[in-house]
Design a binder for this molecule. Structure first.
Ligand code: DWN
Ligand code: SAH
Ligand code: ZN
Length: 413
């Protein structure tokens, strides 16, 4: 587990980090290259460890924050109908609970294309999306939401409080885990939140990553991998209390955490239940983490053997969904255009470009439906149900999905 390279201290508590995986040099996951352009300018060592004090799992090295999130950042949250209804439901819940008071105010960090706030805006409720990527901020505005086109940190939290007053809710989905300077972000939330307010955030659950060997959740943008235990520690260290933790099925398994000022809310039983489950699963035990690393190697070996065998057999194989996650899978396994002819994806900004580090062409899903391949590697495995039902004609015509979470298999449905 220990290495000779220098390991930085924990970003949450300053404790020691015990390295337990090293996926080698990796590019940034959303840095799609245009054909003919020189290779990726930035790579970093994608390795991670667990803190021996607060147990927060985190990357050891990081990519510069403003290099990951900028005008050309391609991810559009509304590309999945399941995610659209997930966030519509949450907006309805907020409207009926936390925002059911005179002149309520909600702030969302990482509002992206407005997938969640548009429903809040339509209800006429005061809100602000914080979205540093210019194109996305503009798309959010076109979708009817009010957006601040900046990075959230302590200074911005204080400024929003001065200009708009205290927030009843601060919300962040798949964003809090993406920010290395969480101490500043938490101070900003502290400044912004009303005394009775809540900070709600949802991110991939480390318990699910270990259970499903979904190691492709690990890439530059995902700096932290939370558990209930580590979030409880972080909340207390920053003057908050973890009052609720709800498991979510989306994005391969997440938890929605609710933080409040200490003593203002009853702590829900789910917190204790999940803490006990984590203890039983040994999520912070070196043996569990070693097993995770072994499982990753096994999945990579199995997948590469399968793809090579299919290729030698003359079968056509493509990838489905140019996900950020797939950058880790493809680079770690060394899968390039010789094993996957192309990857199809609905995102216009990804089409016509190449997967980072591995140079596989990205094409529109039309390429897929016009001429079905023999096999499709489901890179967007977290959207399996949605994609499989949309592409039911593929299997009906004899095509087969290849899946790799939790292990490598060919599925006929
Ligand atoms: O945390 C993050 C999550 C929320 O989004 C970010 N760091 C970056 C991004 O990660 P990702 O790219 O792994 O997310 P998805 O949602 O798994 O990406 C799905 C990809 O597949 C998108 O590029 C859209 C595409 N897609 C498609 O081609 N057909 C998706 C669906 C549902 C489809 O039917
Ligand atoms: N909330 C959306 C988007 C997740 S992608 C969803 O769940 O689908 C992560 C988003 O966080 C991007 O839109 C990115 O621009 C934004 N982001 C990254 N750093 C941020 C920061 N410091 N403050 C606010 N948003 C940030
Ligand atoms: Zn720590």
């Amino acid at each position: 587990m220990s290495r000779t390279t220098t390991v930085p201290p924990c970003r949450i508590c300053g404790g020691g980090l015990q390295e337990f995986f090293d996926f080698g040099k990796q590019p940034m996951a959303n840095a799609y290259r245009t054909p003919g352009e020189p290779g990726e300018a930035f790579t970093f060592r994608l390795a991670g460890g667990i803190c021996d004090r607060c147990t927060t799992v985190q990357l050891l090295e990081e990519a510069p924050h403003d290099r990951m999130f900028h005008g050309g950042y391609p991810y559009r949250s509304s590309g999945s109908s399941v995610m659209r209804s997930h966030f519509e439901q949450l907006a309805d819940t907020f409207l009926a609970t936390e925002l059911d008071r005179p002149d309520p105010f909600i702030v969302e960090l990482g509002s992206n294309d407005g997938i969640m706030l548009r429903k809040i805006a339509a209800a006429g409720v005061r809100h602000l999306g914080v979205e540093p990527c210019d194109d996305l901020a503009e798309t959010g505005r076109r979708n009817g939401i009010r957006v601040c086109n900046e990075f959230f940190d302590e200074e911005l939290g204080k400024r929003i409080r001065e200009e708009d007053g205290p927030a009843d809710v601060v919300f962040a989905a798949n964003t809090f885990s993406h920010i290395s300077f969480l101490d500043s972000v938490l101070r900003g939330i502290d400044a912004l939140l009303a005394p009775h307010g809540v900070f709600v955030f949802e991110d991939p659950y480390f318990g699910d990553i270990v259970r499903k060997t979904s190691f492709d959740q690990i890439y530059d943008e995902h700096i932290f991998f939370f558990t209930v235990r580590s979030v409880k520690y972080m909340a207390a260290a920053h003057g908050f209390e973890l009052v609720d933790a709800e498991r979510l099925p989306v994005h391969g398994g997440e938890i929605r955490y609710t933080l409040a000022r200490p003593g203002t809310r009853a702590v829900q039983p789910s917190v204790r239940t999940l803490l006990a489950e984590e203890e039983k699963a040994g999520l912070a035990d070196p043996a569990t983490l070693r097993r995770f690393s072994d499982d990753v190697r096994r999945v990579c070996t199995d997948l590469v053997s399968l793809l090579r065998a299919l290729r030698e057999d003359g079968r056509t194989v493509v990838g489905y969904g140019a996900t950020a996650k797939s950058a880790t899978l493809l680079n770690l396994c060394g899968i390039g255009p010789e094993l996957l002819s192309y990857v199809c994806d609905t995102t216009p900004a990804k089409q016509g470009r190449l997967t980072p580090g591995t140079g596989i062409p990205i094409r529109s899903p039309r390429a897929f439906t016009e001429e079905f391949p023999d096999y499709a590697l489901l890179l967007a495995w977290n959207h399996a149900e949605e994609i499989k039902s949309k592409e039911s004609a593929f299997v009906a015509s004899g095509g087969r999905w290849i899946e790799y979470v939790p292990d490598v298999r060919i599925s006929a449905t």
